[in-house]
Design a binder for this molecule. Structure first.
Ligand code: ZN
Length: 126
């Protein structure tokens, strides 16, 4: 049970609008709650998805002939600190970096979508 904010009429929680004056009823409170739940869910899910995506992207990076997969520091700096013959690895480092970046963005988007689905499920519970 809750009361209309405008005219204090007692309303059932299922009512979206006050039966007396038409003012948006209890729903406005629950929308606020969903909003709060969504933002905290959202932030965590996006961050988690981003990290997970970056991790998967790092694991999925292409390996270079004779060298194998590049270490994380080389990938993150896009080969900037490579010297001498190591500079031949710069394109591979950039490619690995781009893959990692794409995966982290995909992960963030995936996390965002997932959090929306979770919040909707959560919110649809009575
Ligand atoms: Zn009212």
């Amino acid at each position: 049970m809750c009361n209309c904010k405008a005219c204090e009429t007692e309303l059932k929680p299922s009512y979206s609008y006050c039966i007396n004056c038409g003012y948006p009823a209890c729903q406005s409170k629950s929308t606020e709650y969903i909003g709060n739940a969504f933002s905290s869910y959202n932030m965590t899910a996006v961050l988690f998805g981003c990290l997970l995506g970056a991790f998967v992207g790092f694991l999925a990076r292409p390996s270079v002939m004779l060298v194998g997969q590049l270490p994380l520091d080389v990938v993150l700096t896009r080969g900037a600190m490579l010297t001498g013959l190591g500079r031949l690895l710069i394109p591979a480092a950039r490619q690995s970096f781009n893959i990692m970046l794409s995966c982290s963005i995909l992960g963030a988007v995936g996390g965002c979508v997932l959090s929306k689905v979770l919040v909707q499920k959560h919110a649809s519970k009575p």
